[in-house]
Design a protein around this ligand. Structure first.
Ligand code: IMP
Length: 424
């Protein structure tokens, strides 16, 4: 099993890469998160953002698993499937999606509680996507939630209604305008009926059997290393395990079965939501990168914060994930700049330098290394031999610092705008 992971704060371009390489696999499998993902894929000049559906969905022979470590919102999933069928009527999701019986449900009140907590002064504001992700995961950990397999049990409706009514008591304490309980409950059960069209099974057994038959699996990470619940910039993180080990536990596939680990990173950094961002640019250049790179949340539309590449954080992400190949995206966005910077260290007040870190140490400041910028027309680029010298130097610098090869370079948003690099 190979894995694709984001190495920064999300939005590195995982969807496009997975869509591209999924032709080499029999199965793609989401192992974490829910409809908070925003994996953008271009097809025939049109763009779609997948939230819960795995990114191998456009490959007819690929099966797409929604694994045990995910949280599934049936209402959002139904909308996403209907939208997908409008986008491409040849896709047959009912034949190509397999859902874990053990995946947890996101309930309508989870989304309302997400908004409630974000808006209440009693709680830290995280800047979530408001998809109810933390609520679903916390109820899972509290062992108070319902799972996909529960929808086949006779007391399912009562259990859900009980949770919704209980949550409404808490919600009533806030000032949020609430929809009628009956409306959200009906919408939820209708969506659950829709979900029953899909194959729901023990995906751990399904995946391990597939591996035993020699099939190739690609595990698809959503969010990214620096948003990981354990290793990310807590508390400004998502609520799931976004790492390579999360793929193993989220899918029920042994770490011994893991092969390549593709880490995706942008040539600069972005972040949506709150939290530490050492290399953030607050000037016109930051704005220019945001506009040129179309750095607006694909899920929420929020403007993304932009900044220089953060090497201490990237080294940390490569280390905790055991990344074997780096996929670099959006170097084309920086094209035309006279010089580009990379943060190589964090410098502490006593002059001590930190080269690898998952957090900006207190009182630390980023140390920037300036390199010559590059200028090229990436839209017409067909071969690595056309890459400007300065960008090759940038790639070599990253390889030397990270100790892994850069094997793919994305040159634009289009599906085919990706160069496979053969580098020593
Ligand atoms: P949640 O996952 O909706 O609870 O949001 C928690 C944090 O993760 C917020 O800062 C979100 O902006 C961020 N986040 C969640 N999903 C993504 C994503 O797919 N890309 C980028 N950031 C994300």
């Amino acid at each position: 099993m190979d894995i694709v992971l984001g190495l920064q704060w999300g939005d590195e371009g995982k969807g496009k890469f997975i869509d591209l390489i999924s032709e080499n696999y029999d199965i793609t499998a989401r192992f974490n998160g829910g409809s908070n993902a925003g994996h953008s894929i271009e097809r025939n000049g049109k763009r779609i953002t997948l939230k819960m559906i795995p990114s191998g969905i456009f490959m007819k022979r690929v099966q797409n698993v929604i694994g045990t470590g995910t949280v599934l919102d049936p209402v959002s999933f139904k909308k996403e499937i209907l939208n997908l069928q409008l986008f491409d009527e040849t896709v047959q999701p009912e034949n190509n999606i397999v859902i874990s019986l053990k995946a947890h449900f996101v309930l309508p009140t989870h989304k309302l509680l997400d908004i409630f907590m974000e808006e209440s002064s009693d709680y830290i504001t995280i800047g979530t996507t408001k998809n109810g992700i933390a609520q679903a995961y916390s109820n899972k950990i509290l062992r108070q939630n319902v799972r996909v397999g529960d929808m086949y049990t006779p007391d399912f409706e009562n259990r859900v209604k009980h949770i919704l009514a209980r949550d409404y008591k808490m919600l009533a304490e806030g000032s949020l305008e609430l929809p009628s309980l009956e409306d959200i409950s009906n919408e939820f059960f209708e969506a659950v009926d829709f979900l029953k069209r899909f194959k729901c099974t023990e995906t751990e057994i399904y995946l391990n059997n597939a591996l035993a038959e020699g099939k190739a699996i690609l595990a698809e990470g959503s969010q990214a290393a620096m948003l990981d619940i354990d290793h990310g910039t807590y508390p400004y993180v998502t609520s799931s395990s976004t790492t390579a080990s999360g793929a193993s536990s989220g899918l029920g596939v042994s770490p011994k079965k893991i092969g390549e680990i593709f880490g995706i990173a942008k040539a600069y950094c972005t972040r949506v939501g709150n939290g530490v961002f050492p290399t953030e640019l607050f000037d016109e250049l930051g704005e220019e990168i945001r506009t040129k790179g179309n750095e607006f949340g694909s899920n929420t539309g929020r403007p993304r914060r932009t900044g220089w590449l953060d090497l201490p954080a990237l080294k940390y992400a490569v280390m905790i994930n055991g990344v074997t190949q780096l996929v670099l995206t959006k170097a084309d966005v920086l094209s035309g700049l006279k010089s580009v910077a990379v943060c190589t260290h964090y410098e502490l007040e006593d002059g001590k330098m930190i080269a690898t870190s998952g957090i900006l140490p207190e009182n630390g400041k980023p140390v920037l290394k300036w390199m010559s910028g590059w200028n090229a027309d990436f839209s017409t680029m067909k071969s690595p031999s056309e890459l400007p010298e300065e960008l090759i130097e940038f790639l070599s610098f990253l390889e030397a610092e990270l100790g892994i090869p850069v094997t793919y370079l994305s040159t634009g948003p289009g599906r085919n705008e990706m160069l496979k690099l053969i580098r020593k």
